[in-house]
Design a protein around this ligand. Structure first.
Ligand SMILES: NC(=O)C1=CN([C@@H]2O[C@H](COP(=O)(O)OP(=O)(O)OC[C@H]3O[C@@H](n4cnc5c(N)ncnc54)[C@H](O)[C@@H]3O)[C@@H](O)[C@H]2O)[C@@H](O)CC1
Ligand SMILES: Nc1ncnc2c1ncn2[C@@H]1O[C@H](COP(=O)(O)OP(=O)(O)O)[C@@H](O)[C@H]1O
Ligand SMILES: [K+]
Length: 457
């Protein structure tokens, strides 16, 4: 079993293309199904630890995987039953079912089992699940001590993570070959439980990946405060927000943090405070300008944003500044960090999955887009996308976005690729939140950034 970190995320079409390539290279559909089903059975056997398994099989190839897994479990001497609600509709699933020698119970009457293996629907599900099937599945999932889904939990839309049935989460999802959007995008991701990938020897590739811990380096002996990265945070109407941003930048390893035009009095002494001036932003040593947290939207804010856009330094644009940006582009690197409301205000309604939306927004704006939320999607105009799927929901408090802007600012000022800076910043932010535990407030988050960074050295 493989963890998701860093793996390519594939759509149904990409998975089918990979499958077709494997078949062109000599594999067969039945052979792939045998591999998948047996790999599933091996994991189920370990997780079930001897308890009886009920496999519920659907009409497609996901159901086929279920019949193969059931037969493999039976061969291994494991106690296993099978239930289904309709006949197989694919040749491979039909052949797999023919090899299952035990009884098949009707789904609606299936008795509960301590372990449920959900092989009802996989990536082929395109419409809402019937009420009857949903009801039966709910009863069986709720009645099981352990529920495990084959590929994806039944009742989710694999390519965009939409929910196609009102069902409780399973405990474990065994993704076949690669993670799919449903494993990382909400609301489907919360239905998956712990996701592990099974290698079915189908080669997948793609430019959309699951976030992974960044590889950071220690400062070299020649390092000095300017070489480590100078972050200029532009303040405004709500000084607390800019203070959170500046503090987060300082705790993320920035060499020098400058807070411009902000009247806050409680700030670490290491942060240098100055009056706002366009000249300060133009300093060649400034590696990143962060503007937006607490900026306000009045004339002063507009003037400061104009100066930032004109200064020629790499930019992180957040919060209020996103509303004032008005489609303007810059020549240099620019990272925008909208939450869902800010995203719609900036780009209107873009169709498709959150991954497709973020990519389209990046393409249109020429900026790196960090589309925040429980699933944060980071997209570059060139098509690279990273999904950060597991930021703790404790992050849903005021000010945590200001902290994120500061972390990304520090990574951007450190040099290197702006897309990587944004993705690394989002990972460090989520890790700091994991380290902070429950019920923290945004002020507490920055203190955990040094440990998060230490884990990446
Ligand atoms: N792509 C690959 O490399 C491999 C895929 N395999 C399996 O194949 C699965 C995909 O198989 P399929 O494409 O057959 O699709 P699924 O098994 O996910 O289900 C689609 C089937 O259900 C029917 N259906 C769709 N919505 C329905 C609804 N609401 N109510 C009732 N019936 C509905 C469809 O008509 C179709 O027959 C994967 O998730 C995976 O489990 C594995 O067998 C091996 C390798
Ligand atoms: N339910 C959630 N689960 C995980 N992360 C979340 C959740 N809600 C918000 N976040 C994260 O918390 C931060 C909130 O940022 P934002 O909405 O800009 O808030 P603010 O402007 O108050 O700082 C983002 O990084 C976002 O991804
Ligand atoms: K399934």
């Amino acid at each position: 079993m493989i963890r998701l970190d860093g793996l390519p995320i594939v759509t149904t079409e990409q998975m089918r293309a990979a499958e077709a390539q494997a078949i062109a290279a000599g594999a067969t559909v039945d052979g792939l199904m045998a591999r998948a089903g047996e790999a599933v059975a091996e994991q189920v056997r370990r997780l079930a630890a001897g308890a009886e398994v009920l496999v519920v099989c659907g009409p497609g190839n996901n159901g086929g995987d279920g019949y193969v897994a059931a037969a493999a479990l039976k061969r291994a001497g494991h106690s296993v039953r099978v239930a289904c609600f309709s006949e197989p509709r694919t040749a491979a699933a039909g052949a797999a079912r023919a090899r299952w020698t035990g009884a098949i119970e009707p789904l609606s009457e299936a008795m509960l089992a301590p372990v449920l293996l959900d092989a009802m629907f996989g990536v082929g599900l395109t419409r809402e699940l019937d009420k009857g099937v949903t009801g039966s599945l709910r009863r069986l999932i709720e009645g099981a001590r352990l529920s495990i889904a084959v590929d994806v939990p039944s009742g989710v839309s694999s390519d965009d993570g939409a929910s196609l049935a009102d069902l409780p989460p399973v405990d474990v999802t065994l993704a076949l070959g690669a993670p799919k959007p449903a494993h990382v995008l909400q609301p489907a991701a919360q239905r998956c439980g712990a996701v592990r990938v099974l290698d079915i020897r189908v080669a997948v590739e793609g430019s959309v990946r699951v976030a992974a811990a960044p590889r950071l380096t220690r400062p070299v002996p020649e390092a000095h405060k300017y070489s480590r990265g100078l972050v200029a945070v532009v303040g405004g109407a709500m000084p607390g927000a800019a203070a959170l941003t500046a503090t987060a930048a300082a705790r993320s390893g920035a060499g020098y943090v400058l807070l411009l035009g902000s009247a806050t009095d409680r700030l670490p002494h290491a942060i240098v405070r100055r009056r706002f001036s366009a000249e300060a932003l133009g300093d060649e040593r400034v590696g990143a300008v962060v503007i937006g947290p607490g900026l306000g939207r009045e004339d002063q804010a507009k003037g400061r944003l104009d100066a930032a856009l004109a200064c020629g330094r790499p930019l992180v644009i957040d919060g209020d500044a996103l509303h004032l940006l008005d489609g303007r582009k810059v020549d240099g690197p620019m990272i925008v960090t909208p939450h869902a409301g800010e995203f719609t205000a900036m780009f209107g309604e873009i169709g498709g999955s959150k991954i497709e939306q973020a990519h389209e927004a990046a393409r249109r704006s020429g900026a790196i887009v960090v589309f925040k939320g429980a699933d944060t999607v980071i997209a570059a105009p060139d098509g690279r996308v990273v999904v950060q799927p597991d930021g703790p929901a404790w992050l849903s408090t005021a000010g945590t976005g200001d902290v994120l802007a500061g972390v990304i600012g520090a990574r951007l000022a450190a040099g290197g690729d702006p897309f990587e800076a944004a993705a690394d910043g989002a990972w460090l932010h989520a890790e700091a939140a994991r380290l902070a535990g429950p019920a923290f407030m945004a002020d507490d988050l920055a203190a955990h950034l040094p440990v998060a960074i230490g884990r990446c050295l």
